[in-house]
Design a protein around this ligand. Structure first.
Ligand SMILES: *[C@@H]1O[C@H](CO)[C@@H](O)[C@H](O)[C@H]1NC(C)=O
Ligand SMILES: *[C@@H]1O[C@H](CO)[C@@H](O)[C@H](O)[C@H]1NC(C)=O
Ligand SMILES: *[C@@H]1O[C@H](CO)[C@@H](O)[C@H](O)[C@H]1NC(C)=O
Ligand SMILES: *[C@@H]1O[C@H](CO)[C@@H](O)[C@H](O)[C@H]1NC(C)=O
Ligand SMILES: *[C@@H]1O[C@H](CO)[C@@H](O)[C@H](O)[C@H]1NC(C)=O
Ligand SMILES: *[C@@H]1O[C@H](CO)[C@@H](O)[C@H](O)[C@H]1NC(C)=O
Length: 936
């Protein structure tokens, strides 16, 4: 995802130092590269979300369907009649006119993709045909989904009963949920739709049943365990792959039950409607997700929780039918709450902006980032041979009658190490095999013992990297991740003690661990309360809308898991876990304000959230495009007696001449007059192209100008406050930065609210779009050049450049910003057009050799022979170095012709964001020196 602006300028600089023969190829190569860059995001997103072969979502126009009820199948009947020549099977039918009318199909037979598309487009009533994407459910990044599609034992085994004085409620306390539960606010009356892997509702903590009156009150299944599409009313999933939805359901609504852990979900009295779209291998088609959203709307849910992402957000802004469905649900009052994705690196030096996946990027969805639990929930204590206590993280305590032997291997990712160890170990079932966790071999990539004849019974990961707070934390993969092998994790100090005592005792068979204490504690985490390492960053491409909008506890969350050998509970991390938490919070607010709009509930959640520090520099707040509004506090969202809207701000151009003007409305819903004071707190500043030596979040903060820093608002009234946000000093717009912060509104009772903002810290309209420099700065830019016959010489001239077009000639015209239009026109050299920059001395007059061609096109009203570059869509900065081997140009009608000998100038025009095509002042422009064609 990271390409440097330097790619362009460095290459130009090098150009001068290379032999010109190489330069020739180099420049062409550069051109290709620039092209590649422009398309990179496209390719990337398609790689992430592979389209299914010859499978399509087809939007159909209504066919005389009745206004009400808005259900009919006439559009489908028509389609089937009209598509008789095509061999296809139906995947899903969409008949809710309030959501989407259409059908998704798999085309069969030998027909090519192209033929199929042509035939489909020709069918009357077909509005659009779109790809179906192969979506995978994801938990922590980097955890490959093991192939455990086998169903667990249906004879549910009650989980081991454990006790302890750990704080299992820590994640609920983080969001103020515990205080609401004490008041009896538990989400009663709210229906939460969950689109996921299905659920093991046999779990006593999930009510032990399915259907009206149960916690899992409804839902549907669109797939069988093996991925075959089949509609059934029963979303039961008992396989490992069904664990994700079981965990998500528990976060929303699990109960504390005698046979389980004493932990409850966020909205345990809400009804859950589970829509199973993922099979046991964790795959689903994007059309199946749409079908589930449509069904959820039919069932009258209040919100849907979607812990899924379809692929990296499209740089191109391309729309998918799923976007339309998201919008339709929201328009009909159903909130769509979506995971922001787990694609960040968790480092402080790599680029992180724009790592979100769609549909979290939809303007109407509420996207959620993940915050690490303040405590790792389950840590048990063992004692070693010399009496030293050794703490270990595990869902369940280990149990050995006479203690366990320990065997240490060097590399947990080496299959030889495992094979050798398993061959050397006398009693595998009584031995724990330990290995070190490193950046190169994380716990979840270990376990390569396939070539051994026995599987280890117990493995122990020893944390070893403390430089990154995220790597120092306890972690446990989900139950069943290593099959029947039990996994435990030691932190760095305990791992060191174990290794030291192990060596002192004489190693394997001389050293033992004893497990006599089944009580757990919960251990504070270094990254607790801060955004977790994988949680993807926003904002949205080009629009700079703040995503994620809010964060919720999602790291190291204990919740329900399928019963049987899978153990009934697991600790997982991901924005997948934060999303149902936020959905539960939304339900709690909705239960208290049943008529509140989605925007109002979102604003309540956002302005009452708590901004959190950046884990790598706790003296500053993490970027708003990382944390959104911050850590949710649903208690305050309900009980605050001030309402502020909107819940988030975008700081950008409000017109071509005004930047950074924003406003919020402050409503005093208390019975007394209140005086509020306004203040500002900056948050991490981020560059897309990170300058060397800088971190991806820097403490560069904007400032604010409040015309009225203090306002008195009488009881029951509201006031609109306008103010401006001023970017920090030192902004380099060509690094494509995003800045952010929080507007704080504090009342006289000491309560404060904050509104997050994000945006480009410069005027997108007024910033330079062309990189312009003169030779004294290294290289003249933009510039034009020509080659001699064998390309051994390149000539630059800023006065009059003679060109034999067959030898090749070109230009370097670097751009600095994303633009929606970049074109280079060929003008008569005596053009009267004016430009922002000139690549020649305007005082010098040359005699003019006219072209034999007539300039039949025009640019901004001036005659033009046509273009050598004419790109639209979203174009990456770094720009284009148009290169030619002949003297052809393209007319506006698409035809190409040879302009022939004569004097020309190249005119580059780059559209400014917010500007209009055809308006010269809305472009950054450059007019080049005379290019005299002499070759023909
Ligand atoms: C979806 O992708 C996975 C790999 O990520 C693959 O195993 C599976 O077969 C794909 N499903 C379909 C229907 O193409
Ligand atoms: C999937 O499972 C169903 C029901 O058990 C079975 O009928 C079908 O043949 C299976 N499909 C595949 C591809 O294995
Ligand atoms: C475990 O906890 C229980 C109840 O909290 C307590 O009675 C017992 O003594 C504890 N056991 C140990 C070994 O600490
Ligand atoms: C307040 O901001 C909104 C955009 O968020 C804008 O549409 C509106 O015109 C602004 N109102 C005032 C009074 O400035
Ligand atoms: C430039 O303007 C002058 C004066 O209006 C006009 O005579 C001339 O034709 C123009 N040149 C071109 C190339 O249009
Ligand atoms: C242009 O270059 C070509 C090939 O290098 C050569 O054959 C031709 O004579 C040149 N034309 C002129 C006018 O220099």
């Amino acid at each position: 995802m990271h390409f440097e602006i330097c790619l362009y300028t460095c290459a130009i600089v090098q150009l001068r130092h290379r032999s010109h023969a190489i330069t020739f190829h180099f420049v062409r190569h550069l051109h290709l590269k620039a092209y590649h860059l422009m398309n990179k995001s496209f390719t990337y997103s398609q790689d992430n979300a592979a389209a299914l072969q010859k499978a399509y979502i087809i939007q159909l126009s209504p066919q005389g369907e009745p206004e009400s009820p808005k259900r009919s199948t006439e559009h489908l009947n028509q389609f089937h009649r009209r598509a008789l020549s095509l061999d296809y099977s139906v995947r899903h039918e969409f008949s809710n006119a309030d959501v989407f009318l259409g059908i998704s199909i798999q085309v069969n037979g030998d027909i090519t993709e192209e033929e199929a598309l042509t035939q489909l487009h020709d069918i009357p009533g077909v509005i659009s045909v779109s790809s179906i994407y192969n979506v995978s459910v994801s938990v922590q990044p980097g955890i490959p989904r093991p192939d455990t599609s086998t169903s667990s034992n249906l004879e549910s085994q009650p989980p081991v009963i454990v006790s302890g004085n750990g704080n299992l409620a820590s994640s609920l306390e983080m969001g103020g949920v515990d205080k609401l539960h004490q008041l009896g606010i538990k989400g009663k009356g709210i229906k939460i739709g969950v689109i996921d892997t299905g659920v093991d509702y046999r779990h006593p903590a999930l009510g032990g049943g399915f259907g009206p009156g149960h916690k899992i009150a409804g839902g549907y299944s669109f797939v069988l365990d093996n991925g075959t599409l089949r509609n059934t009313p029963n979303p039961l999933a008992t396989c490992y792959g069904g664990g994700h939805g079981t965990h998500v359901s528990g976060i929303i609504g699990m109960d504390s039950v005698q046979d389980g852990f004493d932990i409850v979900g966020v909205a345990p009295e809400a009804s859950i409607f589970m829509y199973r779209v993922f099979d046991c291998a964790g795959h689903a088609g994007s059309d199946t997700i749409m079908a589930a959203m449509s069904k959820a709307a039919d069932d009258g849910v209040d919100l849907v929780s979607m812990s899924l992402g379809i692929g990296l957000a499209s740089f191109s802004g391309a729309l998918d039918p799923l976007a339309a469905v998201t919008q339709m649900l929201t328009d009909h009052g159903i909130a769509v709450i979506v995971a922001q994705a787990n694609d960040a690196n968790g480092s402080m030096t790599t680029p992180e902006l724009y790592t979100e996946e769609w549909p979290s990027t939809e303007p109407t969805s509420i996207s959620v980032g993940a915050i690490s639990n303040t405590h790792f929930p389950l840590v048990y204590s063992a004692t070693d041979s010399v009496g030293a206590p050794i703490q270990y993280a595990s869902v369940y305590p280990l149990d050995f009658l006479n203690g366990a032997d320990v065997y240490i291997i060097n590399d947990g990712c080496s299959s030889t190490a495992w094979t050798d160890a398993l061959a050397a170990i006398k009693n595998v079932s009584q031995t724990i095999i330990a290995f070190g966790v490193t950046t190169g071999c994380q716990a979840t990539s270990a376990g390569s013992w396939n070539s051994a004849t026995v599987e280890p019974a117990h493995i122990m990961a020893l944390n070893s990297d403390t430089s990154n707070p995220y790597l120092a934390e306890y972690d446990t993969p989900s139950q069943g991740f290593f099959g029947a092998t039990q996994f435990i994790n030691l932190n760095v100090p305990d791992g060191s003690i174990l290794k030291k005592n192990f060596a002192a005792a004489g190693g394997y068979l001389k050293y033992k661990l004893f497990f006599n204490n089944k009580n757990f504690t919960s251990v504070a985490q270094k990254s607790g309360g801060m955004v977790d390492y994988y949680s993807s960053f926003g904002p949205t491409w080009h629009e700079y809308d703040l995503k994620p909008q809010i964060s919720a506890p999602g790291g190291h969350v204990l919740s329900t898991w399928p019963l049987g050998p899978l153990g009934g509970y697991a600790i997982l991390s991901g924005t997948s876990m934060a999303t149902p938490y936020l959905a539960g919070c939304f339900a709690l607010v909705k239960s208290q304000f049943p008529t509140a709009s989605i925007a109002e509930i979102r604003a309540r959640l956002q302005v009452n959230a708590e901004p959190v520090p950046w884990v790598f520099n706790k003296s500053m707040l993490s970027a708003t495009v990382q944390q959104g509004a911050g850590l949710v506090n649903v208690y305050d969202a309900i009980f605050a007696d001030t309402k502020i809207s909107p819940g988030q701000l975008k700081v950008s151009d409000v017109s071509k001449t005004a930047y950074g003007l924003v406003n919020i409305t402050v409503e005093n819903t208390s019975p007394n007059s209140k005086t509020y004071s306004m203040s500002h707190q900056g948050a991490g500043y981020m560059d897309y192209y990170i300058p060397s030596g800088k971190k991806n979040q820097e403490p560069m903060f904007g400032t604010t100008h409040f015309p009225t820093p203090s306002l008195t608002v009488p009881a029951g009234t509201s006031i609109n406050v306008q103010f401006s946000i001023i970017p920090p000093q030192g902004v380099v717009p060509s690094n494509l930065p995003v800045f952010g912060g929080f507007i704080k509104v504090s009342d006289s009772d000491g309560k404060s609210f904050s509104v997050p903002y994000a945006g480009p810290p410069y005027s997108l309209y007024n910033t330079p779009y062309l990189l312009v420099q003169n030779a004294s700065q290294g290289t003249q830019l933009p510039e034009v050049y020509a080659y001699n016959a064998d390309q051994s010489q390149v000539t630059y001239d800023t006065g009059l450049l003679e060109i034999n077009a067959t030898n090749g000639y070109g230009a370097s015209i670097p751009t600095l910003q994303w633009t929606r239009s970049f074109r280079v026109d060929v003008l008569p050299a005596n053009t009267n057009i004016t430009a922002n920059y000139y690549g020649f001395d305007t005082i010098v007059k040359n005699d003019y050799q006219p072209s034999r061609s007539v300039p039949s096109d025009s640019i901004f009203g001036y005659p033009s022979f046509g273009t050598v570059v004419n790109s639209s869509g979203f174009i990456w900065p770094g720009g284009s170095s148009p290169f030619e081997l002949d003297d052809t140009v393209m007319r506006s009608n698409g035809s190409k012709y040879s302009v022939g000998n004569g004097d020309y100038r190249w005119f580059a025009s780059v559209l400014r964001e917010g500007g209009s095509h055809g308006v010269q002042e809305d472009h950054d422009t450059w007019l080049g020196p005379v290019m005299r064609f002499v070759g023909s």
